[in-house]
Write a protein that binds this ligand. Structure first.
Ligand SMILES: Nc1ncnc2c1ncn2[C@@H]1O[C@H](COP(=O)(O)OP(=O)(O)O)[C@@H](O)[C@H]1O
Ligand SMILES: [Mg+2]
Length: 376
């Protein structure tokens, strides 16, 4: 019966059957595709990263300092995710002028890292004078390591990947390795490039047998990819690390960072320079004496000095709000008027701030070996 019915199908019925079948197949195909994309846990992140990476690469391509000849279509999804964290050297707010008292380190960096990158042709005949593939900045916290790394990228005009380790760790097995590989493959594509890892000891610390399998694999992969860079003399990719615990680093990592720079606590002369730099653009009274203050601040880091000046400058705000208890309720005065209303920072402010900071440093153990320091 049914066979006979089938045989009796008219041409029109046949056509409508085909159309219906096509529609069902198409709907099935697209809904399957949608479900698959929804099931991919990385899909949203990938899409966002792609948009950001595209705009970032376009911007970098336009910048005169870099001749970026990368087509975004040539990059894989993973490379795109890393590229979304690229920083344009022109956007970095730190330059050499913002760093005081570290002239010898800066000079050495200029000679060993920046010149070989900027004037590659000068060094082509020698393998020995090429830029090192690994640079380690180490020393106590708050002495300017991160600042120096940023300024190096800015001054050398290279792309800068600020590698946040959380970017590489992923809850899905295998994704971390793909991202790690992408860091290096992207860096080679956009070279010259600096891969900066701040607090590198947290990521590449000495390997132990208790390491999680995924972490151990990531470290090993990182090192072998890095070796790939080292053996290729024509590639200008530098891994730059900063740490205040160099003794925790894996020995194999230390070997790959032949250029090491110690950035220690500033001495008296350096502290004077840092204080002068910080107070230079601030409204200060005549009696402020950076030399005297630097004599007192033995054991203070650059960031401590910055904090000291900040605290001192808050005292004048405090005085102002005491004199004008209703100031916060009044309408906001003109900017110039506001500046004039606040008195300048005095030497006494700085000394009061220093005493306060020294006390808290002694209490927290930051100045334990210098606790006998006396005020004159
Ligand atoms: N040599 C320096 N010149 C000027 N400012 C400094 C110097 N060293 C440290 N600082 C101040 O300390 C802050 C922290 O410096 P940073 O480079 O982040 O230290 P770290 O060595 O811990 O990476 C800076 O933002 C800056 O204000
Ligand atoms: Mg730092």
């Amino acid at each position: 019966m049914s066979v006979a019915d089938g045989a009796n199908l008219t041409r029109g019925e046949m056509m409508s059957l085909i159309v219906r079948l096509t529609i069902v197949t198409a709907v099935g195909f697209f809904s399957m595709k949608w479900i698959m994309s929804q099931m991919d846990p990385m899909s949203k992140a990938k899409k966002k990263a792609k948009e950001r990476a595209e705009s970032q690469l376009r911007k970098l391509g336009k910048a005169n300092s870099i001749s970026l000849s990368v087509d975004t279509k040539q990059l894989t999804d993973y490379e795109m995710m890393i590229a979304s964290h690229l920083i344009d050297p022109q956007d970095i707010p730190v330059s050499w002028e913002h760093i005081a008292g570290l002239d010898s380190v800066i000079q050495e960096l200029k000679e060993t890292v920046i010149l070989p990158i900027r004037r590659k042709e000068l060094f082509e005949d020698s393998r020995l004078t090429q830029a090192p593939k690994g640079v380690l900045l180490h020393g106590p916290p708050g002495c300017g390591k991160t600042m120096i790394a940023k300024a190096t990228a800015r001054e050398s005009g290279t792309c800068f990947i600020n590698l946040d380790v959380s970017l590489l760790t992923d809850k899905w097995y295998g994704e971390s390795q793909k991202l790690t590989a992408a860091v290096f493959s992207l860096a080679v594509k956009i070279q010259p490039c600096i891969i900066f890892i701040d607090e590198i000891d947290s990521f590449l610390r000495a390997r132990t047998s208790q390491d999680h399998e995924a972490t151990a694999m990531m470290k090993a992969q990182f090192m072998s990819l890095w070796d790939g860079l080292i053996t290729d003399p024509s590639c200008t990719v530098i891994v730059m690390g900063a740490t205040n615990r160099p003794q925790d680093l894996d020995r194999a990592i230390l070997r790959r960072m032949p250029a090491t720079f110690h950035i220690g606590l500033p001495n008296e002369q350096q502290r004077t320079q840092v204080l002068k730099l910080i107070l230079d653009k601030e409204p200060t009274a005549e009696d402020v004496d950076a030399v005297k203050l630097s004599k007192l601040t033995e054991g203070f880091s650059g960031s401590d000095l910055h904090e000291l000046c900040r605290t001192a400058s808050l005292y004048r705000v405090r005085d102002y709000s005491r004199e004008h208890p209703n100031a916060s309720h009044q309408s906001v005065p003109e900017e110039d008027e506001f500046h004039d209303a606040l008195r300048p920072i005095t030497h006494d402010d700085l000394i009061t701030a220093f005493k306060r900071m020294r006390m808290s440093k002694v209490q927290t153990g930051g100045l334990s070996n210098l606790s006998k320091l006396e005020l004159d």
